[in-house]
Design a binder for this molecule. Structure first.
Ligand SMILES: [Zn+2]
Length: 90
């Protein structure tokens, strides 16, 4: 894989990492969070289909070897709706 390219945990698409949401299991607290932090990372396309697959099939949890809470997915859905709203006003 090219440097700075990453793979979506849901659809397996490969793209520059800027195109994805980065989900990080922070070390050493094992907290799963978005964007920030050092630790094991998983990447997800910012779209409905990939978020749905990730949630239903626990792709993030499996990739990160951590439990991803329902609340965390709610944060992602919220972000997706905000992104959608932004692109519609453009
Ligand atoms: Zn994807």
């Amino acid at each position: 894989m090219l440097p700075n390219y990453r793979r979506c945990v849901s659809c397996r698409k490969i793209a520059p990492k800027e195109e994805f949401w980065r989900v990080v299991r922070v070390f050493p607290s094992q907290t799963v969070q978005l964007d920030q932090g050092m630790g094991r990372s998983a990447y997800l396309c910012p779209n409905r289909a990939c978020l749905q697959t990730a949630q239903k099939k626990n792709r993030l949890g499996r990739s990160l070897k951590a439990s991803v809470l329902e609340e965390f997915y709610q944060v992602l859905w919220q972000r997706l709706f905000e992104t959608d709203a932004e692109s519609q006003t453009r």
